[in-house]
Design a protein around this ligand. Structure first.
Ligand code: CTP
Length: 213
């Protein structure tokens, strides 16, 4: 009775540009042929804002309060009850939630990915496996510069200013301390095939246990 079984939730966290998305996609690719699986990004749940653009640019996006955690928990609980959700869509270029939402059907495996998913106890307790992708700060900052310039329309000056003002201090204050809640710490996330294989084996074991395989 597949529809009565609780879906599996895998939380993948780590600092900005640590390689969370690469790990999440590797797991997704591994299971997508034979299982029903979905990705849920914490980024989609950045709070919507009425502030003008000039002020939205200055918001601290690396603080737990930047996220609508209540909505994320409520959506995740719906997916766990096998109900569909209308997932918000976040637009980095305008620093705001866009008008549209995406209708998402529940799946057997949910990969939840984001910088602060282990900070909230209620959210944490909804996860079956918690992974922290641990990548050196210098590698992360290089990746972030490349990504933000190419994909998020930011200037080098702006990226460096934001990194010094919020990204780095918030990582040390809020994100790095959540490593203690992780079941698995993965060095150099995306390139760590051994860790990805171990994770896939564990997920498969849970799928078998719950009769979802
Ligand atoms: N952020 C931003 N501007 C916004 C909203 C968020 O610059 N309007 C930044 C925050 O500073 C935060 C980052 O987005 O540090 C979160 O995304 P990140 O974890 O870097 O992206 P992913 O692709 O999910 O991560 P990874 O590279 O690890 O796959």
């Amino acid at each position: 009775m597949t529809e009565l079984q609780k879906p599996i939730v895998i939380g993948i966290t780590g600092g900005s540009a640590s390689g969370k998305t690469t790990v999440a996609h590797a797991i997704f690719e591994h299971f997508s042929k034979n299982s029903s699986i979905m990705l849920l990004e914490q980024d989609s749940y950045y709070k919507a804002s009425d502030l003008p653009f000039a002020q939205r640019k200055l918001i601290n996006y690396d603080h737990p309060l930047a996220f609508d955690t209540e909505l994320l928990i409520s959506d995740l609980k719906k997916l766990l009850r096998r109900e569909s959700i209308d997932k918000p869509v976040y637009d980095y270029t305008i620093h705001n939630r866009s008008e549209e939402t995406v209708h998402v059907e529940p799946k057997d495996v949910i990969i939840l990915e984001g910088i602060l998913i282990l900070d909230d106890e209620e959210l944490r307790n909804l996860m079956d496996i918690k992974v922290f992708v641990d990548t050196d700060d210098d590698i992360r900052v290089i990746r972030r510069i490349q990504r933000d310039m190419i994909e998020r329309g930011r200037s080098l000056e702006n990226i460096i200013q934001q990194y010094r003002a919020t990204v780095k201090p918030m990582y040390h204050e809020f994100i790095e301390p959540t490593k203690r809640y992780a079941d698995l710490i993965v060095p150099e996330g995306g390139e760590n095939q051994v860790a990805i294989d171990l994770l896939a084996t564990k997920i498969q074991a849970i799928l078998n246990d719950r009769g979802l395989a």
